[in-house]
Design a protein around this ligand. Structure first.
Ligand code: LMR
Length: 394
């Protein structure tokens, strides 16, 4: 039986993680996988998370199953965090999922059940797991232009031109904030333009929001998702708690389905619970309970928001340091876009050869498409990276 298996393509981001670990150089710099690191290279457990875990440990009296959709307190708290009342609660179906990836997978399966012929449109580039899961599920996908490597900005004209080809009932996947891998994001007027176009085309938006709080702030980062959610009858939203709560390995995410009315919400809810049952039965609870404990307690929530804000401002500061240093070394403003990007990532916009040169010659690990995790830097490594970028002739 097992001899019939074929080798599967390696995930580029995870392969890079392994290569970094195997590199013996103590000067190596990890700008690969999207995990936040502080100035000493640690990925700390957030203060509010520690306290929530302590309370859960002290107060929890059972580990018996929750419902198939997970703990309703988690869904309520997350719907509130992401949508903040933009859509009536009785229009939103939701299930807890194993991380943001689990939410994306369940969303795609839901689309496949509802509209097997629909094409899912992806930004070019996008997070590699998007096309990978779509291919695995045997679904159709197309890409729309998104990034202009020359300017480091969104190619808005190209995006609208390509989305002009969308057919009624197609699904358009959009990153709610902090675009992965580019770091380049739509402005609010541009979001309005995309919304108008998709309404005109009778397409359904599907938002992946994995970095809320890492860009312009918790509320601002949810603004586009809220605008989209309130503009259509149907929207799917996959949200991850891995990054903003720093609970990567707990696998905590949520899929929300905005429905036209309460009856349609009930149908979507029943289908989402069915999907959870088929794929893994009950979703993981520990991370979800940490999140709902924090979000429903004023003191813990304030502390979490304060620490998240420190993380966000730290990354913004690193962006500025890097852009300043590159401006100084290159005597030009061509890297200024790095300070304008938002979130954990920026796409440098150079060739795979140069990325390989940076790895081989300097022990600098970034994804082959030149995506850098800004949180992998600190005040000491910013000048090292800037110098290496210039030396490599980027
Ligand atoms: C990333 O893009 O690096 C993260 O989302 C981690 C992952 O699973 O790929």
């Amino acid at each position: 039986m097992l001899e019939h298996l074929k080798e599967q393509p390696k995930d580029k981001i995870l392969a890079l993680m392994a290569a970094y670990r195997a590199d013996a150089r103590d000067t190596k710099i990890d700008l690969g996988v999207g995990v936040y690191k502080d100035a000493s290279g640690n990925t700390p457990v957030m203060r509010a998370v520690k306290e929530a875990e302590r309370r859960i440990n002290a107060e929890q009296t059972t580990k018996a199953y929750t419902g198939l959709a997970g703990d309703p307190a988690f869904s309520d708290a997350m719907i509130d965090l992401v949508l903040d009342g933009a859509v009536a609660r009785d229009r939103v179906a939701a299930v807890a999922t194993p991380g943001g990836t689990g939410a994306i997978r369940q969303a795609l399966e839901l689309i496949k059940m509802a509209a097997p012929g629909a094409t899912v449109w992806l930004s070019d580039p996008t997070w590699p797991n998007h096309p990978s899961i779509i291919k695995y599920l045997g679904m159709k996908s197309k890409s729309y232009r998104y990034f202009d490597s020359d300017t480091g900005q969104v190619d808005y004209v190209g995006m609208l031109t390509d989305l002009g080809q969308v057919l009624p009932g197609d699904v358009v996947l959009l990153h709610g904030c902090c675009h992965n891998p580019t770091g380049a994001n739509l402005t609010m007027p541009q979001w309005k333009g995309v919304i108008d176009l998709l309404k005109d085309k009778a397409a359904m938006p599907f938002i992946d929001i994995a970095y809320q709080g890492f860009g312009d702030g918790l509320a601002q980062d949810g603004a586009a998702t809220r605008l989209v959610a309130s503009s259509f009858d149907n929207v799917l939203i996959a949200a991850s708690c891995s990054k903003n709560f720093g609970i990567y390995r707990e696998r905590t995410g949520i899929l929300m389905a905005v429905a036209k009315d309460e009856a349609q919400r009930d149908l979507a809810q029943q289908n989402l619970a069915y999907l959870n049952r088929q794929n893994f039965s009950f979703p993981p609870d520990h991370g979800a309970r940490i999140v709902s404990t924090i979000l429903t307690d004023a003191e813990l929530r304030a502390d979490w928001e304060a620490e998240l804000e420190e993380v966000r401002l730290g990354m913004l500061d690193l962006r500025k340091q890097l852009a300043d240093e590159l401006r100084r070394l290159s005597n030009s403003d061509r890297f200024d876009f790095l300070a304008e990007h938002r979130g954990m990532f920026s796409r440098l916009g150079t060739s795979p050869d140069k990325v390989e040169m940076l790895r081989a010659d300097h022990g600098i690990y970034m994804v082959g498409d030149s995506r850098m995790n800004i949180a992998g830097l600190n005040a000491d490594t910013v000048p090292v990276l800037a110098r290496a970028i210039i030396d490599a002739g980027v």
